[in-house]
Ligand binder design. Sequence first.
Ligand SMILES: [Zn+2]
Length: 211
Amino acid sequence: MIIVLFGKPGAGKGTQAPLLAAALGVPTLATGDELRAAIRNGTPLGLEAKSYMDRGDLVPDSVILGIIKQALAEPRNAAGVVLDGVVRTVPQAEGLAAACAELGTKVDAVLCFDIDDEEIVRRLAGRTVCESCQSPYTGREPGTACDKDGGRLVRRKDDEPEAIRNRLEVYERQTAPVLKWYRDHGTRVAVIEAVGSVQDVTARALGALAS
Ligand SMILES: [Zn+2]
């Protein structure tokens, strides 16, 4: 069983990935982890990836997908995987489909964690971090004092409403075509309302997979 996860920034995909994987009895497979492992193990694709990174270039999709394909072929992933952050664009969806076909498998479902944009702005803008000890806070105004050391709480630039709206726009532009690609190719796409408790969202996602 291969599940592809999508989610708006702030929709809690990163929280859900390991919970879903545990409930399904399969591991998660994230691009960043596999890339780091390939580099650490000095595999040919890992070395190729490293040569791009050393030059400050993006690692091309073909190299990333080669690494993902090798990971999918490993015994630890034989029962299936939850893919987190592996597919963000249509060419990546096509590349993953080709890699899966060569391995005699396919993507079974795409789960998209969705939540109202303004709710995301509200959630992320509610996060602050202490300037001196970096402790994270939620629901505290920037400029108030850290409980631990009295340091000033600040909002990360990434969490400013304007920056969040930009990230959401990028997500929308990239993701809508990917979901359409999967639907056009007969893959089940389930949109999961990512509101309520973490457990509620996990249950909703598992329900969508079982239905
Ligand atoms: Zn502090």
